[in-house]
Structures are given as structure tokens and as C-alpha cells.
Design a protein around this ligand. Structure first.
Ligand code: UGA
Length: 436
């Protein structure tokens, strides 16, 4: 195996995860970030994100010196064969991509490479970015380089697993030398040849946006069908199951609920809609899926409010789950934010528990929420229980305790983790999504 020297520019969620994973499969990695405090914390074992299995591989590879952290970009790039750009690409207010961090990274890379380097874009960037990057770097350096698009498909919560067991590795490049380097980088994963898709740069960049938008459309689709199922008395979980049994449809991403969140789907959908608009193409389906997502969140808040005739002032609600999905501490664009804010508008009081996301929640809700140390503790003096994230530990609770503690004996389940019949047997009312 050919060990590579790898520089990672940006030690956020993607940068840290791929840096740690690449070091774990034998490469020598330098993760660069401008935030020295964060880097010091990581070195001490305090990771800024919760990601299953990440702690262990970070520790192991810091010790064997395969994984290094630096706030000097020249140290990171010194001798690097491959340099990943993994900085954030958030949305601007108008939905376009804020490329400030990527552009800064490109200039710094151009100034600091000293030998042939494969510069890989991992950040989700507008289609055409690889070619733009190439032009920009060419103006700034005489050192040879290639720019590659290698989009990231990791899911938060299972990112380490996904890195080690990818369903596909998309490499967008027109350079055989860059491709050779990328194949050597991925060689230790022992992937079947069919897992690789080699394309031009723009196609690769587009695969990323098109994939995320498609998955989000699937979720909005099932959430709309759920609204109808509820009205006409069908059961959305079984509708999803029945649809998913057809291989052409597939059973994944058909779970109805309170809508999608996270740092990727909403941002990437807005971005591709804007990219299309600038090219005189209207992406009606993706735009509608975004609006449908807002409705999914609103509908669930309305269910709670209408149950109480909009009279929730001073009522205490126990909320289980704040993160945008289980197994992560991330709250970016989490449906919990809109739903809780809506309840606040009507004067509700929220007591919440989340296994991992409380620190992040405090940054958003400040002290407007009172945080409990356990799911049981939230029930004290609460009128109703609201489920907003389907963490495993919520799935088999002590129903007797819930029944005993809740004043109004009702559970609002935004993730359909329980069965109505079961709750009925404990004398609990149950309101969920897409079934009565
Ligand atoms: C998503 C993609 O799944 C990854 O492939 C991609 O790499 C990543 O974005 C990215 O671009 O970085 P992620 O945001 O971690 O990954 O989360 P998902 O598992 O896709 O879930 C997104 C949202 O959809 C969550 O809020 C989840 O609760 C919701 N969801 C998912 C549903 O409401 N129903 C479903 O059936 C599935």
C-alpha cells in the first residue's frame, strides 16, 4: 500500500471525520484549522462533535502519530500529496452558497504548496467550482497541481462507518495523475471496482446536490402523503412499508415525521435551486419539497396547539429529543427549533431532554428551555410528552411512569416511535404523524 501525506483544510465535522478515518487506514494526516482552541481540545480528547466511534480512532491515531493537528497551513501542506478542502459552505440569506471560507482556503493553499499536490474539494460547492478553483490557483502559483471533486456522502451519526464502507466513491477529474493518487488513497478500503464512479468535475459536483435533494424530496413526499393518510384514515407507516417493498421505490427515506433538518439538505436544496435559477432552469420539485418541509413542521406544532385550543400558556411540556436526528449532537435546522419556537409563541413552558445535544441546544434556546438530566425527569409536572427525535432510548420507556406523571395523559409523537394500541393499554392518548 502506498501511504499518502494528506492535509485537511478545515477541521469541522467533515474534516475531522475524514482526517481521522484516513489516518486510521494508514495515511499520514495533518488537520489544519484557524481555531487553535478547538485543535487543542481535540488533542486533549474533547471532540467538538459527537460521532459514534470517532473518539476512539482520533485517540489511537494521535498516539501513533498518523493524525496531527496544526494551525499552520504551511505545516499541513508541507510534503502533502493530497489536500482536502473541507471548510463550511453555509447558505447566504438568499439561499446562495457562501463561498468565503472555500475561497480563503484556496488562496492559502496556492500560497503554501511546494510540490505537485492533488487538491480535493470535499466541501459541497456550486457546480463549476473545480474549474474556477483551478483557474484561481494557476494565477497564484507555478507549482504543479490538479483539482478534483470528491463529494462527501457521510451521514451524521454513522459517518465513521460510512467512510469505511461507502456505497460509492465519486471522483471528478480530468487528470490521470490525480486519479491515480485518489485511487491509491482509497486502496486500503479494499473496495470493489464497481463502487467507484469516475466523472468530469461538474458531473461529480452535481451528483452531490442531486442526491441530497432527491433524498429530501422523498421525505417531503411521504410527509405530504402522511397528511392525506391522516385525513382519510389510512396508516402512513404501512403505506410506506407497502411502497418500499417495491425495489424501484426502496424502503429508505420514507419515514414520515416532522420534516428533515440538518446542515445539509435545506442548504443544498436552496443552493441547487439558485444554481438552476441562474441558468434559467426552474427546479419546481425541489422548491416544493422545501415548502412541504416547512409545512410538516408547522402541522405538528398545530396538532399540539389545536389539542389545547391554542391555550397552552403556562403549560409544561416534556420534550424528548432536540437534535435533528438521533446519534448526533447537531441541532442545525432541527425541526425541534421551529416546533418549540411555535409553542413558545403561545406561552408554553418546555422541559427538554436529549442524550447528546443539550450543549448545542443551549446555544440556540439559551435558558428559555429548562434542561433535564433524564427523560424521566422531564415528566415532572408536565402536561404532555412530545417526541421530537427518535433516539433509541426513547423507544421502550416506562409507560406506567409516563401515565402516572403526565397531567393530560397524552403523548405527541413526531417520529412515530410508538403504537397507539400500546399507549391505549396504558390509558394514554396518542397523536402522531399520518395515522389516527
Ligand atoms: C445527509 C445525507 O444522507 C448524506 O448522504 C450526506 O453526506 C449528508 O447529508 C451531507 O450532505 O453531508 P445527514 O444530514 O447526516 O446526511 O442526515 P440524514 O440521515 O440524511 O437525515 C436528514 C434529515 O432527514 C433528518 O432530520 C432526519 O430525521 C430526516 N429523515 C430522514 C426523515 O424525516 N425521514 C426519513 O425517512 C429519513
Amino acid at each position: 500500500m502506498k501511504m499518502k501525506n494528506v492535509a485537511i483544510i478545515g477541521t469541522g465535522y467533515v474534516g475531522l471525520t475524514i482526517g481521522a478515518c484516513l489516518s486510521d487506514i494508514g495515511h499520514k494526516v495533518f488537520c489544519y484549522d484557524t481555531n487553535s482552541i478547538k485543535l487543542e481540545d481535540i488533542k486533549k480528547g474533547n471532540l467538538p462533535i459527537y460521532e459514534k466511534g470517532l473518539d476512539e480512532i482520533v485517540q489511537k491515531n494521535i498516539l501513533n502519530k498518523n493524525l496531527n493537528f496544526t494551525n499552520s497551513i504551511s505545516v499541513a501542506l508541507n510534503n502533502a500529496d493530497i489536500c482536502f478542502i473541507a471548510v463550511g459552505t453555509p447558505s447566504n440569506a438568499d439561499g446562495t452558497v457562501d463561498e468565503t471560507a472555500v475561497n480563503e482556503a484556496i488562496v492559502e493553499i496556492a500560497k503554501n504548496i511546494t510540490k505537485y499536490t492533488v487538491i480535493v474539494n470535499k466541501s459541497t460547492v456550486p457546480i463549476g467550482s473545480a474549474q474556477k478553483t483551478e483557474k484561481l490557483i494557476k494565477r497564484l502559483t507555478k507549482v504543479p497541481f490538479d483539482v478534483v471533486s470528491n463529494p462527501e456522502f457521510l451521514r451524521q451519526g454513522s459517518a465513521v462507518y460510512d467512510f469505511l464502507n461507502p456505497e460509492r466513491v465519486v471522483i471528478g477529474t480530468s487528470s490521470s495523475n490525480a486519479l491515480k493518487n485518489m485511487m491509491e488513497l482509497y486502496e486500503p478500503l479494499n473496495l470493489a471496482k464497481e463502487k467507484f464512479l469516475i466523472t468530469d468535475e461538474k458531473t461529480s459536483e452535481m451528483i452531490k446536490y442531486a442526491s441530497n435533494a432527491f433524498l429530501a424530496v422523498k421525505i417531503s413526499y411521504i410527509n405530504e402523503i402522511a397528511s392525506l393518510a391522516e385525513k382519510i384514515g389510512a396508516n402512513i407507516d404501512l403505506v410506506s412499508k407497502g411502497m418500499g417493498m417495491d425495489d424501484r421505490i426502496g424502503s429508505k427515506f420514507l419515514k414520515a415525521g416532522i420534516g428533515f433538518g440538518g446542515s445539509c439538505f435545506p442548504k443544498d436544496m436552496k443552493a441547487i435551486v439558485n444554481i438552476a435559477k441562474n441558468n434559467d432552469v426552474e427546479l419546481k420539485i425541489i422548491s416544493s419539497a422545501l415548502s412541504a418541509n416547512a409545512i410538516a413542521k408547522e402541522n405538528f406544532a398545530q396538532k399540539i396547539l389545536s389539542f389545547y385550543n391554542f391555550n397552552v400558556r403556562g403549560k409544561i411540556f416534556a420534550v424528548w429529543g432536540l437534535s435533528f436526528k438521533p446519534e448526533t449532537n447537531d441541532l442545525r435546522e432541527a425541526p425541534s427549533i421551529d416546533i418549540i419556537e411555535k409553542l413558545f409563541e403561545y406561552g408554553a413552558i418546555i422541559k427538554a431532554y436529549d442524550p447528546k445535544a443539550v450543549q448545542e441546544a443551549k446555544k440556540i434556546f439559551l435558558d428559555k428551555i429548562s434542561y433535564s438530566n433524564s427523560k424521566e425527569e422531564t415528566l415532572e409536572n408536565a402536561s404532555a410528552l412530545i417526541i421530537l427525535t427518535e433516539w433509541e432510548e426513547f423507544k421502550s420507556p416506562d409507560f406506567n411512569l409516563i401515565q402516572e406523571k403526565l397531567k393530560d395523559k397524552i403523548v405527541f409523537d413526531g417520529r412515530n416511535i410508538f403504537e397507539k394500541e400500546k399507549l391505549k393499554s396504558y390509558n394514554l392518548d396518542y397523536i402522531c404523524v399520518g395515522k389516527n
